[in-house]
Design a protein around this ligand. Sequence first.
Ligand code: NAD
Length: 524
Amino acid sequence: MTVTPVALTRPASVTDAFLRQLVARVPGSGGATWRLTEVYTGETLVELPQSTPSDIERAFAVAREAQRKWAATPLKQRLAVFKRAHALFTDRAKAVTDLIQVESGKNRQMAIEETCDPAMVMSHYLKRATKLLAPTRRGGPVPLVTNSTEIRQPKGVVGIIAPWNFPFATGISDAVPALMAGNAVVLKPDNKTALSPLYGIRLLEEAGLPEGLFQVVCGEGPDVGPTLIDNADYVMFTGSTATGRVIGERAGRNLIGCCLELGGKNPMIVLPDADLAEAVQGAVFGAFGNTGQICMHIERIYLPESRYEEFKKAFVAKAEALDVRAAYDFGPEMGSLVSVDHMQRVKSHVDDAVAKGANVLCGGKPRPDLGPAFFEPTILEGVTKDMVCGVTETFGPVVALHKYRTVDEAVELANDTEYGLNASVWGVDLDGARAVAARIESGNVNINDILATAYASKGTPSGGVKTSGVGARHGDQGLLKYTDVKNLAVLKKQVMGPRPGQDYEKYVKSMISGLKLMRKFRIR
Ligand code: NAD
């Protein structure tokens, strides 16, 4: 394969001096660096320091020191930082977009949408945090003389390990509730996409986040991961299911909590009464948005036999007409994959499917003429479970069409996977679509949408079931998971247990009738 260099002018904000400043905060005492490249051209952007185990330990020590002061800072003051940060994040969206694009190669439309996520998360928790973190008085076992208060305390230092597909969103948005709750954070972004989260941290500090509280360490996962997990009080991980198992095992051994947001092989079911034009448009985004590198994107589409040909024709036509290219403007509808390695992985899935009999309806090939890691929007049919892409997440612009005869069969096929992250159901009769959604084994189900409605609903927890994850982000638990509970119990007068000299049989009788009375009057 020959690679044609792409002539492109980098965004003006992405200067060498700016990038060197950004990476200067990453510790790298061993002197090793990683060549961080512009995806569209393969040119070096900056040498990213690689953190040694002692760098990581030092980062935790500094974060721990800063965390003590931060946790003692009144919540109102802590939240004020995020009010200012919200304004900064929205004002600087363009600069963030430039960084996301150069390091990930995604198209500009997706990059600017990604910049909105931390602001949305801040906005949500600015409304909820005060209530969630306030001590909550609960009743005690004996009315009037006992009570118990649920007190939420920060865990300490949270380790966050983030992937490359939404580096700014996963690096910053998951840190926001942790910080609001009084924790410090040590983030390990992916080497390929460390720039946008580094800029996000700078913006948080500009908004008043104390220095030292948000640390960044960089390196390849297996080099950095063990020391990071061994020093953390909680781990927030987003990435593949395979790595999630490694993280979960280590966190379990250390008896610390973790949240694992993992991969998917997400199905879309088009019901017989669906608005086909809308479903086709949805499928274009579901399969090719962010170049197919969204954890909640669609890799399997189930269509009623009666509407298969109609859908296929319209979907292939739209996929073939997509504007796919490298540009730092809003023109292209699809950008590059993140790296040549990842492009080769996507290609291997397609090649394997074709070798085993799948039919390529459109695409199917790398596009070195567009840039080193471009791959065509690809639609397959005839994909079976003996093919890699029939069972495993491809995480690229590759989708398979399948026919079903009955809705029961569609549900069965959609659930025939070890994953359970997201699903999309399309139908005009919302009750019918809801009934189908209820039967799908998935942490998220969107009706008449692919993923945005669920993901942008920051008040509802969003996570995976089966091998797609443990725990959730967003919703109350998206903040409370970063806290420990202290159950502060008060007994005003000693009334529990037999009085001195009381006959035990009598005591048991009075205790049992007390229990019955409390149930009757719904006291406890
Ligand atoms: P990955 O698991 O290879 O890497 C994710 C992060 O983990 C990176 O920072 C990587 O350096 C680090 N890592 C790798 N091995 C490690 C180890 N042994 N110890 C500690 N850290 C390690 O995943 P990826 O290829 O970067 O990202 C794509 C995957 O992420 C896809 O499977 C996608 O579905 C998933 N994802 C899930 C969500 C979600 O919310 N469920 C969101 C985005 C991406």
